[in-house]
Design a protein around this ligand. Sequence first.
Ligand code: PLP
Length: 417
Amino acid sequence: MTNQNSGMDDKRNLAEQRAVELKSKIQPYLDAREGIPTGMKLADQYKIQKQKILKLLGGTEEDWNDWHWQVKNRFGDVEQLSKILNLSEEEKQQIAAVGERFRWAASPYYVSLMDPDDKDCPVRRQAIPSVHELQDHMGKDDPMGEEFTSPVPSITRRYPDRLIIKVTNQCAMYCRHCQRRRNIGEIDKGTPKEQLEGALEYVRNHPEIRDVLLTGGDAFMLNEEVLDWLLGELNKIEHVEVKRLGTRTLVTMPQRVTPELCNILEKHHPVYVNTHFNNPKEITQEVAEACDKLTKAGVPIGNQAVLLKGINNDPHVMKKLNHELLKVRIRPYYIFHAKPVTGTAHFITRVEEGIAIMEALRGQTSGLAIPTYIINAPNGYGKTPMLPEYLISSGKDYITIRTWEGRVMQYPNLENI
Ligand SMILES: *Cc1c(COP(=O)(O)O)cnc(C)c1O
């Protein structure tokens, strides 16, 4: 009896020691977390900015919640922006100069998340032109060679069983790091109906396509009628098992998630949504409400972040981002390495930074909070996962592994025959 008890005590002691050790591993993150701004923590500041913007635009609370008002009132003029953000003369000139070359526009909602005094604010840097955009001599307009993987207009096909249809070039905000800047002209245009018909016809004629992604631009910029029609047509194609919508409106204009939109999505299940949050400052109460509506309509939501210098190239920030996403029921799906697109060189990190982030996530936090880090191969040859090495070597009867803490161990590699 006594012996058994002391055996249990020993085990308990070891478990206690291990718990202390585990706590010490997370301490650097717990310390850093305090200093990471989040949309939830900044709610009061966002409200002040929102009131300032409503006053400037002569809008009401009801206007603010109307996505058509948000689109119509997108900021895109530096003088107007300077009434909301504190911009120096030099910054104003630079924004205007870059704006001549690359379009910019941001919904009043997204502008309300910007720090008025900090030009390095991660929300600001994603939406407001930087002079660095004109100093990029490495980038290409179409580094993924999308133009070579388009069998019919508006379709990109790079994989055996799935493809994307670009349904519009419009967005609620034009990301400074956009991979399809070349398609973002000065004019917003939905893909013409005949072209969409052609794309649907391609899907109909290719029975191996079981997953169709509607993207753009931003698929949620389509009106309800067109979305309903497109999803309905895809639903009629027996071999299309899954429909996905790519949208950043959850981040830049959560007002877009209306009951009418949810009703339409619900009619055409299975429908998945993938969105694009890059920084914890973007996850607000409004976002939580939009996600609540979507998930209640049965739509699973995934996130595709892009690794961007000064925005999320920090293991603590990326971890916090993924935790904030899970709280609003968005599953982290991918982290993309930034592509060498013209005018975006100032955002691009080294691949080692992405690997270090993955290393800082695995084991340290829930598997649910761990997306896959992806490099897109040149010429449209596809998404390629990048990950830290956990398999050190393979022998005949054993493999050598490295655990998330860096313990090197042998593991039997045997088959019972
Ligand atoms: C990213 C992408 C897809 C979807 O890939 P998943 O790994 O299934 O999310 C499909 N088609 C194209 C052209 C893509 O770029």
